[in-house]
Design a protein around this ligand. Structure first.
Ligand SMILES: O=P(O)(O)OC[C@H]1O[C@](O)(COP(=O)(O)O)[C@@H](O)[C@@H]1O
Ligand SMILES: [Mg+2]
Ligand SMILES: [Mg+2]
Length: 352
């Protein structure tokens, strides 16, 4: 007798099992399913590359490193179109100054980075989409920016799609971080990992080293100590990666561990780093915490921050919790770092 292989759960199965008969959860499940359909369509477009036109063509340069590309605009309107049939009252996007009103009276609002890693579009390297699902607040018009100024802990779901050699969707609805892969044959997302866990002891860091001279002293000292490898306080050699798309770094860290840093620096426009709190920092932080990792602005957990404006930037450190905590110790103790002598370089606070 031949055995029928167990069908692998689809994203919809996972969402339905989680939602049960709960109306709010069902709304979240429907919204995530709509976002997933949007990312599957984006994946098809990205796979065509230059055959789909000049997706990297420049649109407007908004400054602070945010040059808008053709694909930023296309993905933004595509996601908006998919969300019109979901229970979403308003959509905020990196690509729009103010939120867009969608379905009146709907219980949810969504914030997105429709295309993360725009500088990778024409190089055939990984890019992604990031999303954050929040409750529509009771007393504020959901289409106002104020509606989105909720701490990351209020998120009901968050995730990203990564368009790499395969397309994966990584999601949390607050019961761990799950990973789905888009089956190219069926165009459905299939569950691959139910509960991802950031491996605690990877020896990899991700930071844009070209900004070294612009960083504050604690970040320079932290990275200096990693670079010293076996001869320094960490006692082991580290490897460095920089993929220029945060989703790709987050994906690697969820699978292999390590730490990502985009700190504030002295360049014009980078006083609070580069990443946006509401639709980049918060969803990634939720995914990291749900996978046993952590995310901070160098001192406080990202999810505890109360946003003050829709497109607010935030210094961002995420990955294994032990590494995120160590960065915070460097940031909290600049005097002792400045005071340390070569004698103490291999012992004490910075070795722990
Ligand atoms: O070019 P830089 O400064 O290293 O920045 C790379 C960073 O910028 C980002 O691409 C910003 O995202 P967008 O492409 O959505 O603007 C991050 O994902 C990435 O980590
Ligand atoms: Mg981005
Ligand atoms: Mg973007």
């Amino acid at each position: 007798m031949t055995q029928t292989p167990h069908a692998k759960p689809l994203l919809e199965d996972y969402l339905n099992a989680w939602a049960g008969n709960d109306p709010l959860r069902t709304a979240v499940a429907d919204t995530v399913a709509a976002l997933a359909r949007a990312t599957a369509e984006i994946s098809g477009l990205v796979a065509q590359g230059p055959l789909a036109g000049d997706l990297a063509a420049a649109r407007i340069d908004k400054g602070g490193g945010d040059a808008q590309k053709e694909l930023d605009v296309i993905t933004n309107s595509l996601i908006q179109r998919h969300l019109t049939s979901a229970p979403v009252a308003a959509l905020a996007s990196e690509e729009a100054d103010v939120p867009e009103a969608l379905t009146k009276g709907a219980p949810l609002i969504v914030a997105i980075d429709p295309l993360d890693g725009s500088s990778n579009i024409d190089t055939n390297t990984s890019i992604g989409t990031i999303f954050s699902v929040l409750p529509a607040p009771a007393n504020v018009d959901p289409a106002l920016s104020e509606a989105f100024l909720q701490p990351g802990r209020a998120q009901l779901a968050a995730g990203y799609a990564i368009y790499g050699p395969n397309t994966a969707l990584v999601l949390t609805v607050g019961q761990g971080t799950a990973m789905f892969v888009l089956d190219p044959a069926t165009r459905r997302y299939v569950l691959v990992f139910d509960r991802m866990e950031v491996p605690p002891d990877a020896r990899e860091f991700a930071i844009n080293m070209s900004n070294y001279r612009h960083w504050d002293e604690p970040i320079r000292l932290y990275i200096d100590d990693l670079l010293k490898g076996q001869d320094g306080p960490r006692d082991v050699d580290y490897n460095m990666r920089w993929l220029a798309a945060m989703v790709a770094e987050a994906h690697r860290i969820l699978i292999r561990g390590g730490v990502y840093l985009y700190p504030s620096d002295a360049r014009k426009g980078y006083i609070s780093g580069r990443l946006r709190l509401i639709y980049e920092g918060n969803p990634i932080a939720f995914l990291m915490e749900q996978a046993g990792g952590a995310a901070s602005n160098g001192s406080s957990p990202i999810l505890d921050l109360k946003p003050t404006s829709l497109h607010q930037r935030v210094p961002l450190v995420f990955g294994s919790s032990e590494k995120v905590q160590r960065v915070a110790r460097y940031v909290a103790a600049p005097e002792s770092i400045a005071a340390r002598s070569p004698l103490f370089a291999k012992r004490g606070l910075f070795r722990s």
